[in-house]
Ligand binder design. Structure first.
Ligand code: ADP
Ligand code: MG
Length: 303
């Protein structure tokens, strides 16, 4: 197990930022950590990277305890903090040399720095000071510093926030490339990002984990509604369709195809079928439409 968090709570004064949070992340997983602003994502990440102690609870990273073995934890973890704080006056290589020094990479550092520059595509901007780089390139520097000591686990706090759409795709591809060999926990607000790179999604709200699922399965967390697409053989009457029990909305998509929305997660396909028979209609096709991750997120965190 790469990360094990057990009953982590964090209080800032009287405010509870994390409330008894527990989860495990297996080696090789890429986990998306979602939640509205203020949910506790950054706090959790700071705790796992030993930048902040929890008020209570325990966590281990690669088997090392975050409180008792913080030095070992730091060796195993690469961390890209929120807003990626960098020394803007330093040249790219100079900064990476500085970070390599902190990790005491010694004689390996030059080779390692060259590899990171290559991997993160920093070569073309290598002559510049960090302050002169675009936000996308600064993120590459942030990723290079997070990776320099070849950590097993990467914790990335909103790695694509503030980037333009092209930069987002570049950084995302870079994370995918890196992720082939590492365990990654990343926070983001971009749902497509989670679907593009994460095998698993954890949603946190008000310091509590409210969903933890394989990305493909999160869509099935329908919450309080379900959408069914149905095609009849003849024209149907909207008013009549609305009388099916549990139906709250009916929309004609085209010709004899309708979208039926229900007010509960209950499967009403059988009711639709019976309705059709009763009204001398045939059902040509019927399909439950999966909610998008965005809808699931919205439904879960708006309560
Ligand atoms: P997220 O990263 O999900 O947006 P954070 O972990 O940054 O959430 O914050 C969780 C909650 O803790 C928020 O309500 C935030 O205002 C509060 N918080 C975060 N850092 C501090 C701090 N240093 N002092 C006081 N409150 C804080
Ligand atoms: Mg944050």
């Amino acid at each position: 197990m790469s990360i094990v968090a057990s009953n982590i709570s964090k209080l800032y004064g009287t405010q509870k930022a994390l409330d008894n949070v527990s989860f495990e992340i297996k080696s090789g997983e890429i986990v998306g950590f979602l939640g509205p602003n203020g949910a506790g994502k950054s706090t959790m990440m700071k705790i796992l990277t030993c930048f902040l102690p929890p008020t209570s609870g325990e966590a281990t990273v690669c088997g090392f305890n975050i409180l008792e073995q913080s030095l070992e934890v730091r060796k195993k973890v690469g961390y890209l903090p929120e807003n990626n704080p960098l020394y803007l006056d330093m040249y790219v290589r100079e900064y990476l040399e500085f970070v390599a020094g902190i990790y005491k990479l010694g004689k390996d550092s030059k080779k390692r720095i060259d590899e990171m520059i290559e991997l993160t595509g920093l070569k073309i901007e290598i002559k510049k000071k960090i302050g002169a780089l675009s936000k996308g390139f600064r993120q590459r520097v942030g990723l290079a510093q997070a990776l320099i000591h070849n950590p097993e686990v990467l914790i990335l706090d909103e790695p694509t926030s503030g980037l333009d759409p092209n930069q987002i795709i570049e950084i995302r591809n870079l994370i995918l490339e890196i992720g082939k060999q590492k365990t990654i926990m990343l926070s983001t607000h971009i749902m497509q990002e989670v679907e593009a790179i994460c095998g698993r999604v954890m949603i946190i709200d008000k310091g509590i984990i409210i969903a933890d699922k394989v990305t493909n399965e999160i869509h099935k967390m329908t919450g309080n509604k379900q959408t069914i697409a149905v095609e009849f053989n003849v024209k149907a009457d909207k008013k009549l369709l609305s009388t099916i029990e549990g139906v709250v909305n009916v929309k004609n998509i085209k010709d004899n195809i309708w979208e039926i929305v229900t007010d509960s997660a209950k499967d009403i396909r059988e009711d639709i079928f019976k309705f059709a028979v009763k009204n001398n209609m045939a059902v040509l096709s019927m399909k439950i439409e999966e909610n998008t991750l965005e809808e699931v997120f919205h439904q879960l965190t708006m309560k």
